[in-house]
Design a protein around this ligand. Structure first.
Ligand SMILES: *[C@@H]1O[C@H](CO)[C@@H](O)[C@H](O)[C@H]1NC(C)=O
Ligand SMILES: *[C@@H]1O[C@H](CO)[C@@H](O)[C@H](O)[C@H]1NC(C)=O
Length: 393
């Protein structure tokens, strides 16, 4: 009886512990996330037994110090030791725990969220874990369709390009019915901005919508171009118009550059002008200074001139006075001379009269002397007459 009981207990114990066994399952592939978005990191137990009474721990095995991302224990979340930058961004759905679903919700993904996550689930008698690889995803730019040209057989050459993907995206052309069209040429490039793709296609011209779709994982971007059934003219027009637009933009760019240059030149000119103006002002002051000097000199000159004139006048007056004096002197001398001549004549007459009247009474010598004097006087008289005639001539 005792043995039977022990066997039963053992069997029940084995079944009990077997019922406690589970596998923790994570995603087979990396989970791609876009920065700023929310993401769910999948983790569940198989079989789908409830993990409500278990310990559920999410942590980062690739980080060194603190590793805890989220901890559920004793029926509640215990996140006091959580890594700082996960605070308030992690969530376990408790209803889901009943269904063996321990997926972690992470909101507003950051670049630092990229890495390995471990989902560790432990019961009283069993534990297991699974790893989730979280990778930041770079979604490329929306595709751009370019009309590459058209030919005489009314065929349109289109090109579709998209860049900035974290790995090679799938690009496909679709018509308006959603039928895939095969690309003519395909090109993939990888540079620092990630992957870029470029495909070309030639479509026979008719009214249609051509889609270019770029896909990577759960991301899909699409652009469409509408072609017209009218002749090629609208295309040509649109191409011409876009050429004109490009030309205008180029011209505007040139104008802006030129304006910038001109403005710079203008500025330079302005500066130069300012310098010139200063120079001009300096010259102006110099001129007025010179003018002042000139005025002073003029004054000086006038003063000197006046002095000179006065001096000259005085001198002239003095000379005139002297001249007058001299004239007077001369006249006086002439008068004196005339008087002397008169006197001389008188004397002569007196003397001759004395002697002519009484010549016979005089001694011979005296008579001879008298003759001589007479002769001299006559000849003198003759000479004076002659001179008078000469001067008359
Ligand atoms: C476990 O999964 C099965 C189907 O696989 C489902 O029928 C059952 O309801 C699930 N149990 C719980 C607790 O969700
Ligand atoms: C597990 O729970 C998450 C929410 O936390 C949910 O998005 C997901 O669909 C669930 N998985 C399953 C298999 O039910």
């Amino acid at each position: 009886m005792k043995f039977i009981c022990l066997t039963l207990l053992l069997i029940s114990g084995i079944t009990d512990s077997r019922s406690e066994q589970f596998d923790v399952v994570g995603p087979a592939d990396p989970v791609f996330v876009v920065a700023g978005e929310d993401v769910t990191l999948p983790c569940s137990v198989k079989p789908n037994i409830s993990v409500v009474d278990m310990r559920v721990e999410w942590f980062r095995p690739d980080l060194k110090d603190s590793q805890l991302v989220h901890l559920y224990k004793d029926h509640e979340d215990r996140n006091t030791d959580q890594i700082q930058f996960y605070r308030g961004r992690t969530k376990l759905i408790h209803q889901e725990l009943q269904r063996g679903n321990a997926s972690l919700k992470l909101s507003s993904v950051q670049v630092s969220d990229e890495g390995l996550y471990r989902c560790f689930i432990q019961s009283k008698s069993w534990y297991d874990d699974a790893t989730v690889d979280v990778r930041l995803e770079a979604v490329g730019s929306p595709p751009v369709i370019t009309v590459d040209g058209f030919d005489h057989s009314e065929r349109l050459h289109l090109q579709c390009q998209s860049e900035g993907w974290d790995s090679e995206p799938v690009l496909e052309w679709l018509n308006s019915e959603g039928v895939s069209l095969s690309s003519e040429t395909t090109e993939v490039q990888r540079n620092t901005d990630g992957f870029s793709v470029k495909h070309t296609i030639t479509v026979h011209h008719r009214a249609d919508k051509i889609h270019c779709r770029v896909k990577l994982r759960r991301h899909m971007l699409e652009t469409m171009i509408v072609t017209s059934s009218k002749s090629f003219n609208p295309w040509r027009t649109s191409i011409i118009l876009s050429s004109i637009a490009v030309a205008l933009i180029v011209i505007a760019g040139i104008l802006i550059a030129a304006f910038g240059h001109k403005y710079k030149e203008y500025d330079k000119q302005q500066n130069k002008n300012r310098g010139k103006k200063q120079e001009h002002d300096q010259l102006q002051t110099e001129i007025s200074r010179k003018q002042e000097e000139h005025d002073q000199l003029q004054e000086e000159k006038d003063r000197k001139q006046q002095q000179y004139n006065e001096l000259l006048q005085n001198e002239n007056k003095k000379i005139a006075q002297e001249h007058n004096q001299l004239q007077e002197e001369k006249q006086r001398i002439q008068e004196e001379r005339a008087r002397l001549q008169d006197m001389n004549k008188q004397i002569n007459q007196d003397y001759l009269g004395t002697y002519t009247g009484t010549s016979n009474h005089l001694p011979v010598v005296e008579r001879v002397g008298l003759h001589i004097i007479k002769f001299v006087r006559d000849s003198m008289q003759a000479r004076t007459n002659q001179q008078g005639k000469k001067t008359k001539k």
